[in-house]
Write a protein that binds this ligand. Structure first.
Ligand SMILES: Cc1cc2nc3c(=O)[nH]c(=O)nc-3n(C[C@H](O)[C@H](O)[C@H](O)COP(=O)(O)OP(=O)(O)OC[C@H]3O[C@@H](n4cnc5c(N)ncnc54)[C@H](O)[C@@H]3O)c2cc1C
Length: 475
């Protein structure tokens, strides 16, 4: 077999985006994936009971996912994303649900009319965010890193945000967007995300109109193979090989070795650590830091009901000490052609340590109870099938101190590059961060191969007041 120019380890979104870009640019690329399917955490499978394609757990995309949408555009599947139009989401809380819309107003006023309609939040509560807004609008990378060791809860209190607004908004935002409780979230990571929320108006939420992994994995595989690359499933890398200073290939679980000038490790930190020779770990602090990335686990459920429960596509519960599931989706209202079917409800228990002791049956029962808070008919309806997926890591948790440990794409080891949602992309760990990371790594390889290409879309520009106040601070 001819030696490839580049080996990509991991067939998740980051690895596929990277391999595709390298193959498209004329490099011989080999992608190695340990499991029997591509897509990683965004993969899809067929539910045996119904034949439906479902995901590891439900995901959303945003219109601001520029890299992800460009990738889907290249693969010809971008039009299979179903967008929510003006409505962002419905928040389920007492005394009644609130529909959050993105209004046609300059940022950050685009969210204000919805927030003014929330019974738990007064004008004074909203105004208590003024100092925070000012700080966030001017937040640069160095500033975000300075705030990384602080918990987001302490930071919001220090900025004078009212307890009621922290309880109602910030606790839910930390869980649903950052995937960790507010008191365990890095202030730098949360405020970095908040800058995008208040600095870009007009964005929409979207969902895969079919299995999420089906949007990118099969077409990426076809295209990598068409340009002469190779994708090997059931192929686990056990070690990177090389000298003290340079990577030269990989050793596989069957004992064979594969050599290449560039190796891109597009795997999560917990999978990367055991691949690195001890001499590299001893020399480079970045490698030692890998052990400190903790996972945010999820429990995702899929429930098939005997009847239609709602016309809503997507809603979320607000934080409370006993909330299990946060985000709910009715796939019968999302998937084209499913509208006449009974409801297929997908939901996520985020940072799910608090539910790990529950059996699958208990999780299903609790999910139906929480569903009934929004759709009372769920209590009367019959669950025809149910699946519970226990996912050890949805993303690496953005606990205090984690943001500064996110490594760059290039490493001190020549020929070794890192990709994956968790590397330093300027974005929270997400599908968008994964594509960006894959393309950042591909840009480095292509530059070194004298085939430079601009692949990565720039981060969305700030608009409105955030742009005025912040200028170029965050660049
Ligand atoms: C339930 C759930 C809900 C989520 N919701 C959202 C959401 O709403 N929006 C959003 O943007 N993101 C969401 N995410 C996060 C998103 O799925 C991830 O950020 C993204 O898929 C990460 O892609 P990746 O390529 O970086 O890593 P991965 O998908 O983890 O890919 C890594 C791949 O490497 C392979 N691998 C590991 N070790 C080896 C080895 N030694 N040899 C060979 N192969 C190896 C793995 O099998 C895997 O296929 C969610 C995740 C989950 C699980």
């Amino acid at each position: 077999m001819t030696e490839p120019d580049a080996i990509v380890i991991g067939g998740g979104i980051a690895g596929l985006a990277c391999a595709l870009a390298l193959g498209d640019a004329g490099l011989r690329v080999t992608l190695l994936e340990q499991s029997d399917s591509l897509g990683g955490r965004a993969r899809s499978c067929t539910a045996a009971e119904t034949g439906d394609r479902i995901d590891l757990g439900p995901h959303i995309m945003l219109t601001e996912y520029r890299n992800m949408l460009r990738l889907l555009g290249q693969l010809g599947t971008r039009d299979r994303v179903v967008w929510q139009q003006q409505q962002l989401l419905t928040l389920v809380g007492r005394p009644h649900p609130v529909t959050v819309r993105v209004h046609r107003l300059p940022a950050p006023l685009h969210l204000l009319p919805s927030l003014l309609g929330v019974p738990q939040v007064s004008l004074r509560d909203l105004a208590s965010n003024a100092r925070l807004f000012w700080r966030v609008a001017r937040l640069g990378r160095a500033d975000a890193l300075r705030l990384d060791d602080t918990s987001a809860e302490d930071c919001l209190r220090a900025m004078g945000v009212s307890e009621r607004f922290i309880e109602w908004f910030w606790r839910s935002a930390a869980m649903t967007v950052m995937n960790v409780p507010l008191e365990r979230c890095s202030a730098g990571a949360l405020l970095g995300f908040f800058r995008y929320l208040i600095g870009t108006s007009g964005f929409q939420v979207g969902f895969a109109g079919e299995g999420l992994g089906d949007l990118f994995a099969p077409p990426a595989l076809r295209r990598i193979e068409t340009v002469g690359g190779s994708v090997r499933l059931h192929t686990r890398v056990v070690r990177l090989t090389g000298t003290d200073r340079a990577a030269c290939g990989v050793r596989l679980a069957d004992g064979s070795e594969l050599r290449a000038r560039w190796c891109v490790a597009a795997v999560p930190p917990s999978c990367l650590a055991p691949l690195l020779p001890e001499s590299w770990a001893a020399r480079h602090a970045m490698i030692g830091d890998l052990a400190s990335f903790a996972p945010s686990p999820y429990i995702s459920s899929y429930l098939w009901f005997d009847r239609k429960l709602t016309r809503e596509r997507f809603w979320s519960k607000v934080w409370s000490p006993d909330t299990l599931n946060y985000d709910f989706y009715d796939l019968s209202n999302i998937r084209p052609g499913w509208s006449e079917r009974g409801s297929v409800i997908a939901s996520n228990i985020i940072h799910s340590q608090r539910a790990e002791h529950l059996s699958d049956e208990q999780i299903v029962a609790a999910t139906v109870r929480e569903l009934a808070e929004f759709v009372p008919e769920a209590e009367q309806a019959r669950v025809v099938h149910a699946r519970v997926h226990r996912i050890p890591m949805a993303i690496p948790a953005p606990y205090p101190g984690s943001e500064q440990r996110r490594p760059a794409t290039t490493t001190p080891i020549e020929g070794l590059l890192l990709a994956g949602d968790w590397v330093r992309t300027g974005l929270p760990a997400s599908m968008e961060s994964a594509v960006r990371a894959g393309w950042l790594a591909a840009e480095q390889v292509l530059a070194a191969a004298n085939r430079p290409r601009q692949l990565v879309c720039p981060l969305p520009p700030m608009q409105g007041l955030v742009r005025l106040v912040g200028g170029r601070a965050a660049r």
